[in-house]
Design a binder for this molecule. Structure first.
Ligand SMILES: [Zn+2]
Ligand SMILES: [Zn+2]
Ligand SMILES: [Zn+2]
Length: 164
């Protein structure tokens, strides 16, 4: 990946992980929850799992079929389903999606996703955050029910922060 600083050249390989195993696990999880993991949902998840960086909806649409694009509503519906199921996260500031980095279903359940986003190379790393009880209690005071929180921290990754 080329990027602004030019003082180094590192590339970001996809997080290690067996795509086939993650897909199978997601199917089992959906079945258990009584949800249908349709072909289009599965394909959307696969494309996000295989990407080395956060993926925008139109990239999923473009890559959907080897021989052509998907219908946008199909992909948007699949993305929102996968997000509801906790399999992917939306990074608002990039308007892009990443697969949840948590190891399994139990680790994913109810966790607060935090992202470290490098302004230089675009790398994104998910970190597990403890429960944000301050947000929850203030929300409760306001009579607001929090479904999910995603925290986005902008800055420089270790490689880009070096000798800059
Ligand atoms: Zn996550
Ligand atoms: Zn960086
Ligand atoms: Zn850099």
């Amino acid at each position: 990946m080329s990027h602004a600083c030019g003082h180094h050249d590192h590339d970001h390989t996809p997080a290690p992980g067996n795509t086939a195993a993650r897909l199978a696990e997601a199917q089992a999880m959906c079945a258990e929850a009584g949800e249908r993991m349709t072909t289009s949902r599965l394909r959307t998840y696969e494309l996000i799992l295989e990407a080395s960086a956060p993926v925008k909806a139109y990239d999923v649409i473009d890559r959907f079929h080897p021989d052509g694009a998907a219908k946008p509503p199909t992909v948007y519906r699949a993305l929102s389903f996968l997000e509801q199921m906790g399999l992917i996260h939306r990074i608002e500031s990039l308007n892009a999606f990443v697969a949840c980095g948590a190891g399994d279903h139990a680790a994913r359940e109810g966790h607060t996703a935090g992202f470290l986003l490098c302004d230089c190379c675009g790398q994104s790393v998910e970190i597990a955050l403890p429960a944000l009880t301050a947000v929850d209690s203030r929300a409760a005071e306001a009579g607001f029910k929090v479904n999910r929180i995603t925290l986005e921290a902008r800055g420089l990754c270790q490689a880009c922060g070096k000798d800059s």
